[in-house]
Design a protein around this ligand. Structure first.
Ligand code: ATP
Ligand code: MG
Length: 629
C-alpha cells in the first residue's frame, strides 16, 4: 500500500483505520467502541476491549514459534550472551510473575524496575504486564536522588533491581543507590527484590525488606500464572521524562492502544515481522527501549536483540558483528552512538557480512547530514531518521519503508506517521505557519493509539503542559519545526530548555537545582553547549553568596558544585565547565536568559536583549568566558 493512501485513510476515517489495525493483536474480548472522544483532549481507544501486553508478547507465539529466539541479551561487559526462546520466555515470565505475587503485587499496583539491559529486566517487565501491575522502569544511570523522586511519584509496592550493572569494564553497584533512594523517599517501597548477577560481592541485604530473586525463581520454576485481562484503557506502565520543570512527568501508557500501535509501527516503520530480528541499541530505561527492545518486537513474534555495553568494546565492529551473527534485519540506534563510531576507523564498518541488514533507524535527537552520510555510505544501507517523544511512545515523523519508501531529505525526519495529524503553528497566535516558516510542532487531538493517556496522577499537568498553549486544543510537542513545500518536517530544537548529553536528556533546571544545593552558591544557570562527541554538554554559570570570595575559594566552590551534580544526578550530568561569575543575565521579570548565555558560550549572537535587566551581567559573562572556567 502507498503511504499517501494509508495516511489519508488514517486521518479521514480514523475509526475504520484503527479497527482494522486492531486485528493485528489478540483481544480477550473485542472492543465495543473504537474511539471515545467525549471528554477532549482525553480519549479512549478500543473501549471495552480486554487484552494483555504479556499475552500478546509471549503466550500468543507459543503455538506458532516456541523454539524461535524471542530475546538475545548480549553483554560485552560481563561476556555473557543469553539466548531465550519463546518457550523459555514463557517459563521465565511465569516464574517471575509468581514471585511478584508473593509480594502481594497485583492489578494496578506500581512496580519500579531499576535494572540494566539484561534478560531478567525483560522478564520483570513482562511479568508485571502479565498480572496487570504497572511497571515503571527507571534508567539505571540515574543517581539515588532521581530514583527517589520517581519512587515518590509512583509509590510502588515493590522495587526490583539488579545487584549491579557494568559500564566500560567497571561495575556500577545498583543496590547502594537503591538503599539511598529508599532512605530519601517519602513513600519507599515496602519490599525490594534483588536479581543477583554476581557482580557485587559486598551486596548488603536489609532483613525483612530485601529479597533475592534466585530462590523464588527456583520455587516457581514451573509456575503458571493466569493473565490479567485489562480493559484497553487501563494503565500498563509509567515512564518518566527527564523533567525540565523539576518534578519529572510520569507518562502513563494504556494497554490496547499501545499494543496496536506497536504492531502497526513494527510493520510499517521498522519493517520487521515474525521470525525476523531487530537490534535496538537503546537502554530499556528509555521510551525506545520499552517500545522497540521489548514490546514491539515481541508482540509481532520477532527476535529482539538487547545489548549491554559500549559500541566500541571489545572493538568498534561489535554491533556489526552482532548484526551478521543474528541476521539482524532492522537496527535502531541514536545519532550519538553513531558519532562515537565515527571517531573510529571506517574499516570497522566493512568487516562483517551485513547482507541481512536492510535498514538503520536513528532517533532521539537531530541527525546531522555528515553523520547520516558517513554511516549510510559506510554500511551501504539506508539510514532512516525518526522523530518522537516519550509521550508518544512510537514515531511521529518518519519515512515508512514497510509501505513504500519516500525520498529522503537530509536533516528531516520525514513525513507524519499514520494516525498523526500534524500542524506547525505560530507560537503566539496559534495560526498555521506558512511553508518553511518556523513554528511550534503540534498534534491535532485526539492523539492516536499508543500515545500517553495522561500524566500519572496529574490530569491538570497533562492538560496545561501539553494542551494549554493555544486557544485551540492542540498537543504541543514543545519543539520548533518547519514544514517545507513538499510536506517534510524539520525539527529546530526545543521551546523549553533540555540538554541532551549523549542521548541522555537532562533538564537544565534539574542540574541548576543540584548546583544550588552547594552551600556557597547563590544562583546558577545551566546551559547546553554543542559537543562533537556527546551532542551537548552542560556548562554552569554560578554566582556565590560571598561576592568577595577570592580565586581559591571560587575554585573550591566550583569543585564542590561538580561533586554535588554527580552525586545527585549521576555522571551523565557532569558539567563540562563551571564559571563562577558576579552576576547572571536576567530578564526584567527575573527569568534567566539561558538562550543568550548559550549563544555567548558558543561565540554566537546573543539575540534579542531588549528584556535584559542589567547589561553589565552580560559583559561579566563575556569576561568570564575569556578568562576560562
Ligand atoms: P522532557 O519532556 O522531560 O523535557 P525529553 O523531551 O528530553 O524530556 P524525550 O521524550 O526522550 O525526552 O525526547 C523527545 C525529544 O527529543 C523531542 O521532543 C525532540 O526535542 C528530540 N528528538 C527526538 N527525536 C528527534 C529527531 N529525530 N530529530 C530531532 N529531535 C528529536
Ligand atoms: Mg519532552
Amino acid at each position: 500500500m502507498r503511504y499517501e493512501d494509508a495516511y489519508r485513510r488514517s486521518i479521514e476515517e480514523p475509526e475504520a483505520f484503527w479497527a482494522e489495525e486492531a486485528r493485528a493483536i489478540h483481544w480477550h474480548t473485542p472492543p465495543q467502541r473504537i474511539l471515545d472522544y467525549s471528554n477532549p483532549p482525553f480519549r479512549k481507544w478500543f473501549v471495552g476491549g480486554t487484552t494483555n501486553l504479556c499475552y500478546n508478547a509471549v503466550d500468543r507465539h507459543l503455538e506458532t514459534r516456541p523454539d524461535q529466539l524471542a530475546l538475545v541479551a548480549v553483554s560485552t561487559e560481563t561476556g555473557i550472551t543469553r539466548r531465550v526462546t519463546y518457550r523459555e520466555l514463557y517459563r521465565e515470565v511465569n516464574a517471575f510473575a509468581a514471585a511478584l505475587r508473593e509480594f502481594g503485587v497485583g492489578r494496578g499496583d506500581r512496580v519500579v524496575i531499576y535494572m540494566p539491559n539484561f534478560a531478567e529486566a525483560v522478564f520483570a517487565i513482562l511479568a508485571c504486564a502479565r498480572i496487570g501491575a504497572i511497571h515503571s522502569v527507571v534508567f539505571g544511570g540515574f543517581a539515588a536522588h532521581n530514583l527517589a523522586l520517581r519512587i515518590d511519584d509512583a509509590k510502588p509496592k515493590l522495587l526490583i533491581c539488579a545487584d549491579a550493572g557494568m559500564r566500560a569494564g567497571k561495575v556500577v553497584r545498583y543496590k547502594p543507590l537503591v538503599d539511598e533512594a529508599c532512605a530519601a523517599a517519602r513513600s519507599p517501597p515496602p519490599a525490594v527484590l534483588v536479581v543477583r548477577r554476581g557482580l557485587d560481592a559486598d551486596l548488603a541485604m536489609q532483613p525483612a525488606r530485601d529479597f533475592e530473586y534466585a530462590p523464588l525463581r527456583a520455587k516457581h520454576a514451573n509456575a503458571r500464572v493466569p493473565v490479567a485481562w485489562l480493559e484497553s484503557n487501563e494503565p500498563s506502565y509509567l515512564l518518566y521524562t527527564s523533567g525540565t520543570t523539576g518534578k519529572p512527568k510520569g507518562v502513563q501508557r494504556d494497554v490496547g492502544g499501545y499494543a496496536v500501535a506497536m504492531a502497526l509501527s513494527m510493520r510499517t516503520v521498522f519493517d520487521v515481522g515474525a521470525g525476523q530480528t531487530m537490534f535496538t541499541t537503546s537502554d530499556i530505561g528509555w521510551a525506545v527501549g520499552h517500545s522497540y527492545n521489548v514490546y514491539g518486537p515481541l508482540i509481532v513474534g520477532a527476535t529482539s536483540l538487547l545489548y549491554e555495553g559500549l559500541p566500541t568494546h571489545p572493538d568498534p565492529g561489535v554491533w556489526w558483528r552482532l548484526c551478521a551473527q543474528y541476521g539482524v534485519r532492522s537496527m535502531f540506534s541514536s545519532p550519538t552512538a553513531i558519532r562515537v563510531l565515527k571517531k573510529q576507523d571506517p574499516a570497522w564498518l566493512k568487516k562483517h557480512d551485513l547482507s541481512a541488514l536492510k535498514w538503520l533507524f536513528l532517533a532521539g535527537e537531530p541527525l546531522d547530514e555528515p553523520t547520516a552520510r558517513w554511516i549510510s555510505e559506510g554500511i551501504g544501507k539506508p539510514v532512516i531518521d525518526n522523530y518522537w517523544q516519550t509521550e508518544t511512545g512510537w514515531p511521529v515523523l518518519t519515512l515508512l519503508p514497510g509501505l513504500d519508501l519516500k525520498p529522503q531529505k537530509f536533516g528531516s525526519p520525514g513525513l507524519p506517521n499514520l494516525g498523526y495529524r500534524m500542524r506547525v503553528v505560530n507560537e503566539v497566535t496559534g495560526a498555521d505557519a506558512a511553508a518553511d516558516e518556523k513554528g511550534v510542532l503540534t498534534i491535532v487531538p485526539p492523539l492516536p493509539p499508543g500515545c500517553l493517556s495522561t500524566i500519572w496522577g496529574d490530569d491538570a499537568r497533562f492538560l496545561k503542559g501539553y494542551f494549554g498553549h493555544f486557544r485551540e486544543l492542540l498537543y504541543s510537542s514543545l519543539d520548533w519545526a518547519i514544514r517545507d513545500a513538499d510536506g517534510y518536517y524539520f525539527i529546530l530544537g526545543r521551546t523549553d530548555d533540555v540538554i541532551n548529553v549523549a542521548g541522555h536528556r537532562l533538564g537544565t533546571r534539574e542540574i541548576e537545582e543540584a548546583v544550588a544545593t552547594h552551600g556557597a552558591v547563590a544562583e546558577a544557570a545551566v546551559i547546553g553547549v554543542a559537543d562533537e562527541l556527546k551532542g551537548q554538554v552542560p556548562v554552569v554559570f554560578a554566582t556565590l553568596k560571598d561576592a568577595s570570595a577570592g580565586a581559591s575559594a571560587r575554585r573550591a566552590a566550583a569543585e564542590g558544585m561538580l561533586e554535588r551534580v554527580v552525586a545527585m544526578l549521576g555522571a551523565v550530568a557532569r558539567p563540562a565547565r563551571i564559571y563562577v561569575v558576579d552576576a547572571l543575565p536576567k530578564t526584567r521579570s527575573g527569568k534567566l536568559l539561558r538562550r543568550s548565555l548559550a549563544a555567548l558560550a558558543q561565540h554566537a549572537d546573543p539575540g534579542d536583549l531588549s528584556t535584559l535587566d542589567d547589561p553589565n551581567a552580560l559583559e561579566e559573562i563575556k569576561r568570564a568566558l575569556a578568562r576560562g572556567p
